[in-house]
Ligand binder design. Structure first.
Ligand code: FMN
Ligand code: SF4
Ligand code: SF4
Length: 645
């Protein structure tokens, strides 16, 4: 490409960046304190809007001049609403405050912003190492992460393109536009980028297929359907760093020779839809999308398609049907979407995280990316770690990090002194791995050999109080409801799986059920067309493999070892421990099953009890008198005294 053309693209980009940096400086010329609040969905759900309003009110009341800076999600969901206060005049570095309620917001406005006291008992740490106070980087939850795709999450305002530009955004696109498209594909191939939507397919291989097509019309689709229960990585990226995704889409489109792109996002993500829609408009207004991007001659229009929330619509061929206006149903491949997709044109479908990894890869080079992760799974992985962990949230780690490091070091381990039991990885069709797999490295191939899969990054951690039969039932219930119904094995086979699992959890399991589950599971895998049916039996097969004794206890002893399955459990009150006169359990029972014994203690009427567990929670810890047992016959039966006694 001639040098003059290169200068044009670079000059236009530099002008945008310089203007963005000037805008940033002008926002706070007199270095006022800044209050940074995370306003992605998780923050809002935890009350961040009320916290923001409380800061605004307190600042106005006290006449303090400070800037409120709204950002996306920083990934520390256990700490929401998260607030970072930078008060240069106090002499302290920026400070990270967790769980900032409106009351705390008012207190910090008064005591920190007005009087310079950062209130040590409320802070988690400074955001940077310093000599005055501990830093958050002292904690594994911060220092064991490798933020590449999430580098800007919770740091910039997702609604302001100039913040992304000032932070180095769109530089990789400018660089790409000055590089031959084939070289971009080579860089992505050398980096070893594998798709983050589940299968781990090499991105460059798919791109080459589309690029080599004689059809001049090609599409790029950003797959943000994200239907796995407990997974919210893609939503968070859309809400927190939408321009990084758009930049990745533009790099991909340029590389494969596409001028049309689509973000397929479920309508249940209203904030993500609003944020990405506004980001597209801003990028277009700045000449970073639309016609003749940065004067390069490359055109790209990006539009949004809101899916209706069917899990199967995340499958690429179903997604294409859904975009065409039909009911989302997978169809056989080949032809692959990269050959024949939207309106019959070559269509590259990549996950949000795959596309968002492109700007750092192009900006820093393939070797830099390969420097993280393992030889076959380079780079980082983002997980939404939820369930029984102390510090749930989004975590970005180098591939190859062990499950133990992620769950125990980074996410703080299991709360309430409970034991780890299992981890479900890879969404509803992933596998449940027991403790002996905790040292498994997290990468595409190791997880698959262990019987689980990377999936798109959903991870549910379970403690000793989890019934693995019930877990299998829960996930099969999900996949059964989400089956599109096209294949008999998926449609009816999952229904039978669910029926058997439900019977077992009700104490109605029969000899032979486990063998039926196993053969049925194999038949469903073999007889299903798409990944939904092919993987739906995974939770059943892995729990049968690793927790078979629990199934057997349900069937043969009518006992749920974790005391979860209601028909197999009972509650009773230990009369030795029950405090005479404490009336808490009686007051909380919704069905009046707790009664007063002749000794003025409390007991449970087993006929009336609906096993809600309210009394177990309510009984004061110093008495700890309510017991839960399985099988139910272990609960002593105490007769209710006659009413007039
Ligand atoms: C039932 C089902 C649901 C899927 N849902 C998603 C999804 O929500 N997001 C996604 O990126 N990929 C999903 N996939 C995988 C896609 O079919 C496709 O492989 C992926 O979007 C390709 O992008 P990648 O190469 O960047 O991973 C799903 C697959 C199946 C079988
Ligand atoms: S496997 Fe299930 S979800 Fe997939 S096409 Fe067949 S019926 Fe539909
Ligand atoms: S488990 Fe629920 S229904 Fe049963 S006694 Fe306790 S509070 Fe009442």
């Amino acid at each position: 490409m001639p040098t003059a053309e290169k200068a044009t693209v670079q000059d236009r980009f530099e002008a945008l960046r310089t203007a963005a940096e000037a805008h940033q400086r002008a926002c706070n010329p007199d270095h006022r304190p800044t209050i940074q609040i995370g306003l992605a969905t998780c923050g809002i759900a935890s009350g961040a809007l009320e916290t923001k309003a409380a800061f605004e009110e307190a600042l106005a009341e006290r006449g303090i001049a400070a800037c409120i800076h709204t950002v996306g999600c920083v990934g520390h969901c256990y700490a929401e609403p998260v607030v970072v206060i930078d008060h240069p005049e106090s002499g302290f570095p920026p400070i990270f405050y967790p769980q900032v309620t409106p009351g705390k917001a008012k207190m910090l406005t008064h005591l920190f912003l007005e009087e310079g006291d950062p209130r040590f008992e409320h802070l988690l740490g400074a955001t940077i190492p310093n000599d005055l106070i501990p830093s958050v980087t002292d904690f594994a939850r911060f220092n064991r992460e490798a933020r590449v795709v999430m580098a800007h999450c919770g740091r910039i305002d997702p609604g302001e393109i100039r913040e992304y530009l000032a932070a180095g955004g769109y530089a990789a696109l400018a660089q790409a536009l000055q590089t031959p498209p084939e070289d971009i594909i080579t860089t992505v191939a050398t980096a070893g980028l594998r798709g983050r939507g589940g299968a781990g397919f090499p991105a460059a291989r798919k791109w080459r297929l589309a690029r080599s097509s004689p059809d001049p019309v090609r599409w790029v689709v950003c797959n943000a359907d994200e239907g796995d229960p407990g997974a919210y990585m893609d939503r968070t990226l859309l809400e927190s760093t939408p321009h990084q995704i758009l930049e990745g889409i533009a790099i991909c489109a340029y590389a494969v020779g596409s001028q049309r792109a689509l973000v397929y996002v479920r309508a249940e993500y209203p904030l993500a839809v609003t944020t990405i829609t506004s980001a597209i408009a801003q990028a277009r207004a700045m000449g970073l999308l639309g016609a003749d991007i940065l004067g390069s001659g490359f055109n790209l229009e990006v539009e949004i398609f809101q899916g209706s929330g069917a899990f199967v619509c995340g499958e690429e061929t179903a997604l294409i049907r859904s975009v065409a206006g039909y009911r989302g149903m997978p169809h056989p491949r080949p032809p692959f979407p990269a050959e024949k997709g939207i309106d019959g044109h070559p269509t590259i479908i990549n996950n949000v995280k795959t596309l968002a990894a492109l700007p750092p890869i192009i900006g820093n080079g393939a070797d830099w990316y390969r420097g993280m992760g393992t030889a076959d799974s380079p780079g980082t992985a983002i997980f939404s770690v939820v369930g029984d962990v102390l510090h749930p949230g989004l975590v970005e780690i180098p591939m190859g990090t062990s499950l133990r490091t992620l769950i125990f070091d980074i996410c703080g381990g299991i709360p309430n002194k409970k034991q780890f039991k299992a981890v479900q990885i890879g969404g509803p069709s992933g596998g449940c791995l027991p403790a002996e797999f905790l040292d498994t490295p997290i990468d595409f191939d190791s997880l698959q050999s262990a019987g689980a899969m990377m999936g798109s990054g959903g991870m549910v951690v379970m403690d000793e109080d989890t019934c693995m039969v019930d877990v299998a039932r829960y996930f099969v219930d999900f996949t059964q409801k989400e089956s599109c119904g096209k294949c008999t094995f998926c449609r009816i086979g999952t229904w039978h799986l669910l029926e058997i699992l439900t019977r077992i959890t009700r104490g109605e399991g029969r000899e032979g059920d486990l063998e039926t589950l196993e053969t049925l599971a194999e038949d469903i895998k073999a007889g299903s067309l798409c990944g939904l049916g092919k993987t739906a039996p995974n939770p059943v097969l892995t729990t049968l493999r690793y927790f078979r004794d629990e199934y057997e206890a349900h069937i043969r002893e009518k006992r749920c070892p974790a005391c979860v399955c209601r028909p197999l459990t009972a509650f009773y009150i230990d009369l030795e421990k029950c405090a005479r006169g404490c009336n808490v359990c009686e007051g909380c029972c919704p069905v009046e099953a707790v009664f007063i014994t002749r000794q003025r203690k409390r007991a449970i009427d087993q006929e009336k009890c609906v096993k809600c567990g309210e009394c177990l929670v309510a009984c004061p810890p110093e008495y700890d008198a309510v017991r839960k047992v399985s099988p139910p016959g272990l609960a002593p039966v105490i007769a209710r005294p006659p009413q007039d006694d």
